[in-house]
Design a protein around this ligand. Structure first.
Ligand code: NAD
Ligand code: UD1
Length: 353
């Protein structure tokens, strides 16, 4: 049965669907035949992203503006639409900010998820795909268990943002133990980068980017003078930090596969927490080199001291996602850089016009 037939008159609720990963996922959901409704308070995104998604998919995007902590507003959405499953992206995600505003992070991410789960329960909606992060593997784990497997130790994360992901994973486990027919797929993302190949949607960080790829792209486009490479003396192949960068469209597709899995007879709670990465580690210098190659621009950089809290290497063993979902990453770092560059050079101010 094709998803479109299976879900006739039923919708996927995409919380946080106007954001970076959410907007790319909408495109893939649409091409897989799913109907969806976006629920987002636009605290870190713009409706322009949804307009552009609508152009790519050649279809209107159903959008309800609201906060996941607003129970009444969520109830209204569940009453208006027949929601079959939820893909839950909504959340705050800046590690540094979470240290400064922990209560806001716990309220938004943890409390918001509790409200969402209670409204799902009220409306008999029993399937959720949750955005977790490799950040749940703590520093000690990443030192000792590379590549990271799903059963590598988690917890003891270094910051409130990471803890919200850890707590939500545990809340979801308690919830499915209490609600026997409730189904959860937790996806632990590694480092999402890149953009849709059209160059019309992409990552649009507020202010100075914390993450490597947007910083490289903004340096190449002339918005930043140079990139500070945090540490050149790590125990890695060239001394700079190694990460598992994954193209956002590959990541988006993992959600489509997760939705198929959650509705299938093969669904098994034991295999429902999955690493979503490529399984390849690339260094900061390799990313700079790949970006320079595809953009034909020089990315000026200086090697500076290590960033506090950083680790040498972090990459996934992504074999379980392949086995369980039949998903694997298909796009290499050149494609990641090419698509980031297309987005950045076509939209130097992001979604701001
Ligand atoms: P994003 O900030 O671009 O998207 C999140 C969206 O959620 C935004 O559109 C924001 O407006 C919305 N939102 C936030 N709080 C809300 C609330 N209370 N009610 C309604 N909407 C709300 O972030 P992203 O990069 O697309 O990340 C999506 C999810 O994936 C997040 O949960 C994030 O923690 C997780 N994640 C992201 C990364 C990454 O590097 N981007 C890595 C691992 C996990
Ligand atoms: C960060 C977050 C993590 C999140 C992940 C993916 C922390 C502690 N963790 O991890 O929660 O899931 O992003 O978005 O922040 N680098 C530079 N110069 C820069 C920026 C980064 O050299 O200006 C280096 C870093 O030292 C690291 C690599 O680039 O080696 C990747 O950094 P970044 O994009 O911030 O991701 P993570 O640190 O892996």
């Amino acid at each position: 049965m094709k998803p479109a037939e299976a879900l006739k008159n039923a919708y996927i609720l995409v919380t946080g669907g106007a954001g970076y990963i959410g907007s790319h996922t909408l495109v893939e959901l649409s091409s897989a035949g799913y109907d969806f409704v976006v629920y987002d308070n636009l605290c870190n995104s713009s409706q322009e992203a949804l307009k552009r998604v609508s152009k790519i998919i050649n279809k209107d995007v159903k959008f309800e503006q609201g906060d996941i902590r607003d129970k009444k507003a969520l109830q209204n959405v569940f009453e208006k639409y027949n929601i079959d499953s939820v893909v839950h992206f909504a959340g705050l995600k800046a590690v540094g900010e979470s240290v400064i505003k922990p209560l806001e992070y716990y309220d938004n991410n943890v409390n918001g998820t509790l409200v969402l789960l209670s409204v799902m329960k009220e409306h008999n909606c029993k399937k959720i795909v949750f955005s977790s992060s490799a950040t749940v593997y703590n520093e000690v784990t990443t030192k000792n268990y590379i590549p990271l497997k799903e059963d590598s130790p988690t917890g003891a994360t270094t910051n409130p943002y990471g803890r919200t992901k850890q707590f939500i994973e545990e809340i979801l486990q308690d919830f499915y133990i209490s609600e026997l027919d409730f189904k959860v797929v937790t996806l632990r993302y590694f480092n999402p980068v890149g953009a849709h190949e059209s160059g019309t949607i992409g990552e649009d960080p507020n202010g100075v980017p914390n993450n490597l790829m947007p910083f490289i792209a903004q340096t190449a486009v002339g918005k930043r003078e140079y990139l500070s490479v945090f540490g050149g003396d790590y125990d890695t192949y060239d001394g700079t930090g190694v990460r598992d960068y994954i193209h956002v469209v590959d990541l988006a597709n993992a959600h489509v596969k997760a939705l198929k899995y959650i509705s299938s007879a093969n669904f098994n709670i034991k295999n429902a927490t999955l690493n979503i990465g490529t399984g390849q580690g690339n260094s900061v210098l390799s990313m700079i080199k790949a970006f320079e190659k595809v953009s034909n621009k020089k990315v000026l950089y200086k090697i500076v001291k290590r960033r506090e809290g950083d680790i040498a290497k972090c990459f996934a063993d992504a074999s379980l996602a392949k086995e369980v979902l039949g998903w694997q990453a298909t796009k290499n770092i050149e494609t990641m850089c090419k698509d980031s560059w297309k987005w950045q050079s076509n939209n130097p101010k992001g979604y701001e016009t």
